[in-house]
Ligand binder design. Sequence first.
Ligand code: ATP
Ligand code: FE
Length: 354
Amino acid sequence: MTILGIESSCDDTGAAVLRGGPGTATVLSSVVVGQNELHAPFGGVVPEIAARAHAEKLDGCVIEALDQAGVSLAEIDAIAVTAGPGLIGGVLSGVMCAKGIAVATGKPLIGVNHLAGHALTPRLTDGVTFPYLMLLVSGGHCQFLLVRGPEDFTRLGSTIDDAPGEAFDKTARLLALPQPGGPSVEAEARNGDPKRFPFPRPLLDRPGCDLSFSGLKTALLRQRDAVMLGDALYAKDRADLCAGFQAAVVDVLREKTRRALELYLAEAPAVPTLAVAGGVAANTAIRGALTDLCAGLGVAFTAPPLKLCTDNGAMIAYAGLERFAAGEADDMTLAARPRWPLDKRAPAALGSGK
Ligand code: ATP
Ligand code: FE
């Protein structure tokens, strides 16, 4: 089957065409138009500006995706669209665009949960089989999901405050490093001493898989102020602060992932697999730590290519493909939802395992 996917829940407008079936689909095209320069003057995404930009770019993105794929609307079997969660104006723009195409062509419409798109991406890129463990680490999210089926997600733990990407970005801001913060902090950390400044390892003293990152930012601020001379910071101090911060993030993610894997492995999966997604998964130190952890436990480790880890239409087309293959579709009553929890929260007994 051939699916058109549309994404517009945050600050990337995406459209893509996929062909295939569950676990065996090929991306024929994926067009993403970002909005960074529109939001940059405001220091964050402005919802009204994002909604307007999506409304302006969606048609062009869809046409471009169809052109690149060499597929006409008549050859599309269904239209999948992010119906939430996200900034409501952007989600509405995408849903309206998809409904328009569905009405005009008479093709089925499929609403997709944006997080399901992220969580199912390893099936698109690597044909990973259920059940697998997913660690979503991005600028807005940090959670462990046990994925048992295309619509069967159990959250084993998540951040109780900031997402790690957000913590990297704030760290960069506090140290006058360029945004996005992740790559700049990682580059600085390479030349730093991770042991010089003491950073906490938040929530490691408590059972379970929940995480916390906001305390690291406070620790960083305190230690930066202690070594700053007026407005100046020595390069060596900056590098050591970055190294200390990153080492703490790595330790926390490694230990919480170990606990989540323990819960997951209790299900005796046929092909034990940890998949990571989200921009923070690009971090070499984090990747290295998780790769070693998995190797020690006999678990396969996979990380989709970065352009499919960040927001895009292909992951939405793929999640739609899984729903469509299961005989599901929506109708014109499909609503845009700002909030849409993906999962059932794990029962206390499961989530609190050490
Ligand atoms: P979401 O998709 O959850 O709404 P988002 O769109 O902000 O959030 P992504 O695009 O997946 O998230 O990832 C961007 C984040 O990844 C930024 O916070 C950025 O700093 C971080 N990041 C990118 N590269 C690295 C790196 N090498 N190390 C650490 N963090 C990184
Ligand atoms: Fe996203």
